[in-house]
Design a protein. Sequence first.
Length: 259
Amino acid sequence: MAFETISVTRKGAVAVLLLNRPDKLNAMNSKMKEEVALALAELEGDEAVRVAVVTGAGDKAFVAGADITEFAGKTPVDQWAGYGHTSLYNVVDRFHKPIIAMINGYCLGGGCELAMACDIRIASDRAQLGQPEINIGIIPGGGGSQRLPRLVGMGKAMELILTGDRIPATEALRIGLVDEVVPHDQLDSRTMELANKIAEKSPAAVRLAKEAVKASARLPIDQGLRFEQSLFSIVFSTQDKEEGVRAFLEKRPPRWTGR
């Protein structure tokens, strides 16, 4: 499928989704959101792809925010109608395969919300993150007010959203907004190392494990534990479980099929 604002490159079992508007610091417009959602739907059905990586084109930005030019003249009805379809951020959050944000620069506003919707966030030491919407008289609208407190706690999320301040990658790591910070020139290699490591695992078990961890942010502990037990029981019906046990007993590498 041909795209205007993004590109998708397959590197073995890893698909790299490049947000490609470097002249606009990869600001996210409606077209980009639509194309990212379409690309993820395509990758969802591609059994050869086991992990997705999202990053920005150029050396300056992952996504510097929403394309503000689209806000001018927009009415409340226009904006509400836009929520009638599943938002991109929820599409990313519900993507069944592991998805890693490779944060190569500015990660602000909608870009930060996109990164938070991913499963793992690895940042360049040059990256800056934040929710600066308050500075133009609006608030986060892509999940920032909900996902940020779950990652960094209520107080720090309130501070970042109400001040609109940017923070460096090292501070984002300290508060739990990103999971790892690496030198800029090692960002690609480290991200691909992690993506390939995950891709080597059983696709069936990875998907169920992701579902279980995601549920921990949405369910009370008793329900979450019961849900985990259900998924643990389901995994015993897979061919991968049989292959994994057999390979362990035979002291050989497993050959996963995802079945």
